[in-house]
Design a protein around this ligand. Structure first.
Ligand SMILES: [Zn+2]
Length: 277
């Protein structure tokens, strides 16, 4: 049997499809920040078709003629070596490493008047775990046909009241660190999509209140919480600058604000890394 050039291309294409080939051309790239809650931007030493880190698929992107692995680093990792895996065009797997530097985040103490929002009862806990699963499914979405954008405008005009990574205490009790950025604004202030995407989830959640999850493609997904109103529906396609909702104080809050978080490979990273100013 004689192989033509076309049939060889077809076989290669099918191989890429069956291995979940994914790479995207991007027009902006984040600054590498190899700290807990940061983003590792690593030029690939060989052409890769797929990659994973801590069992999550990672973004592979072409920027100015070079391919990069763009990896969200969890707040929970300590300083030291982190490994990730790339699958190359010939199907072989290569393990690579990067070094995480130490970063200390300060403490924040908050007083919540509704004690159930600090120590939820059994019924609340059932609701919380159901909602976590729902949000986790949305955060794990992978969309190939969207170009992720790394340079964003703040989604709302206001004061940055609480930054990412703060070690939080509610009514004196240690809780999860702050996984996003808080922007304080009056109730009803419009919230705009900071980048194009598809709405993957909306809901009224126990801690997060009225919430939107917006998918920007290739594992880049943003979250908007404590909203007064939600102005979009699941499946809506939104453009940069399109209004998606309004600032409110639903869920666990001490006043009206937007809690904005960004996920990369299902990992919360610092939204400040995406802001152009
Ligand atoms: Zn917050």
């Amino acid at each position: 049997m004689k192989y033509t050039k076309h049939s060889i291309y077809l076989v290669l294409m099918l191989l890429f499809v069956s291995r979940g080939y994914s790479n995207v051309a991007i027009s902006s790239i984040p600054q590498s920040s190899m700290v807990p809650g940061g983003i590792a931007v690593i030029p690939t030493p060989m052409r890769a078709v797929n990659g994973s880190y801590r069992e999550e698929r990672i973004m592979l992107a072409d920027f100015e003629g070079k391919q990069f692995a763009i990896i969200g680093i969890p707040l929970s990792v300590g300083p030291g070596t982190q490994n990730f895996t790339l699958t190359t065009t010939d199907g072989s797997e290569q393990m690579l490493a990067f070094q995480v530097q130490d970063k200390s985040y300060t403490e924040q103490h908050l007083t919540i008047t509704n004690n159930r929002q600090v120590n939820p009862n059994t019924e609340d806990m059932q609701r919380i775990s159901r909602e976590r699963a729902e949000m986790d499914t949305a955060f794990s979405t992978w969309t190939d046909n969207l170009e992720p954008v790394f340079k964003m405008e703040p989604p709302v005009e206001g004061v940055r009241s609480s930054s990412f990574g703060l070690r939080r205490f509610f009514n004196g009790q240690a809780r999860s660190p702050h996984s996003g950025m808080d922007i304080a604004a009056d109730e009803g202030t419009p919230i705009y999509a900071p980048a194009p995407g598809i709405i993957r989830a909306t809901g009224n959640y126990f801690f997060n209140g009225n919430t939107i999850i917006l998918d920007h493609g290739h594992g880049l997904i943003s979250l908007y919480c404590h909203m007064n109103t939600i102005d979009v529906e699941v499946g809506s396609i939104v453009k940069t600058g399109e209004q998606i909702g309004k600032v409110g104080q639903t869920g666990r809050v001490t006043g009206p604000h937007l809690h904005w978080s960004i996920n990369l490979n299902n990992t919360r990273v610092d939204p400040a890394l995406f802001l152009t100013n």
